[in-house]
Write a protein that binds this ligand. Sequence first.
Ligand code: HEC
Length: 148
Amino acid sequence: MKLALVCAFLCSSLLAPLECRAQEPAKPADEKPAADAKPAADAKTSSDAAKTNPVKPSPTSLSSGKKKYGQDCAMCHGKDGAGDGDLAEDMKLKLKDLRDAETLKDLSDGDIYSLINNGKGKMMGEEGRLKPDEIWDIVNFVRSLPKK
Ligand code: HEC
């Protein structure tokens, strides 16, 4: 009898805090900011592709794009876009000719921006190493290749 009482006492004192916790209002769902979650790469790629080019292909933009292209792209795509860069040869890449209007015909400026920023297949993306305007300069330069 005494034991049962002790047990009842112990149990209730042990359970009380549990019960109390259970009654705490549930935390609102929005306490964890959604911004914490990294957007899927796909989402980023498609949002980049939807961008419209805010940079006019001015001589300044083209010459900046040409310089960046020489630093970041020519090792694969070749100085003039022929696809004959040293790295492409080392990696045994078969690259399309960027001087051929056909190559870029189905790509919007946003698509090319997304390619440069996010990469595709064996082509690595710049991933924040270039400012958006610098990427648009390269887009403008690449667009100018077939016209040469
Ligand atoms: C490591 C070598 C490499 C580098 C560096 C590189 N690319 Fe590419 N690029 C590729 C490959 C490989 C593809 C084909 C990707 C695929 O379709 O899988 C490609 C595709 C492209 C395309 C689409 C046309 C096509 O061939 O399908 C464009 C436009 C392009 N690259 C531009 C650039 C620009 C601009 C840069 C510099 C910012 C750059 N690339 C840097 C390897 C490279």
